[in-house]
Design a protein around this ligand. Structure first.
Ligand code: ADP
Length: 182
């Protein structure tokens, strides 16, 4: 099973992806985590990505597509995966479709977590990550609306996108997701 989890920053994509991956026995691939790990280790990628991330902007499509291509081609991803944080632009979505086609994978199912801005901001401020300052959050929400929200339309045109309401306990939301995947 190949899954994509979409939704604004702070919607709980990471939390839900970990649970879904455990329950379905598929691989969790978080581009945010891959990038943060690279920053911590000061790799070439990390050095390039750090400032972009701290300002709430997006790392370039070329870099991200390279990362995802390598990750989903890996043996450990063949059985299935849940992509968290990717695709974040239309170009990333189009490239992902091509890569999946070329690997012979069936098309991905898409989960879209919805939440209002006030709740997103409240959660991100509470999380206290380095890119969770008031100003950066505002920018990330704008970037989301301009560049990432269209990704949902991209998938709505070709397959089912399941909207999941993101308010409730972690388990409640997880049950909502598992229910639509049945
Ligand atoms: P959140 O879940 O709060 O949106 P992530 O952990 O997914 O945050 O991502 C953190 C940051 O990493 C983003 O703001 C962006 O700078 C960078 N990033 C992650 N995934 C991508 C991607 N697919 N394309 C471009 N930049 C990305």
């Amino acid at each position: 099973m190949y899954l994509i989890i979409l939704g604004p920053p702070g919607a709980g994509k990471g939390t839900q992806s970990v649970l879904i991956a455990q329950k379905l026995g598929i691989k969790h691939l978080s581009t945010g985590e891959i990038l943060r790990q690279a920053v911590t280790e000061s790799t070439t990628l990390g050095l390039k990505a750090k400032e972009v991330m701290d300002s709430g902007n997006l790392v370039s499509d070329d870099i991200m597509i390279g990362i995802i291509k390598e990750a989903i081609s890996d043996e450990s991803a063949k059985k299935g995966f849940i992509l968290d944080g990717f695709p974040r632009t239309i170009q990333q979505a189009e490239e992902l479709d091509k890569i999946m086609d070329s690997l012979g994978y069936s098309s991905a199912r898409v989960i879209n977590i919805t939440l209002d801005d006030n709740e997103l901001i409240r959660r991100m401020l509470g999380r206290g990550r380095k890119d969770d300052t008031a100003e950066t959050i505002k920018n990330r929400l704008n970037v989301y609306k301009e560049q990432t929200a269209p990704v949902k339309e991209h998938y709505s045109k070709k397959s089912a996108v399941f909207d999941i309401y993101g308010i409730g306990s972690i388990n409640e939301i997880n049950d909502r997701i598992l229910e639509v995947l049945k």
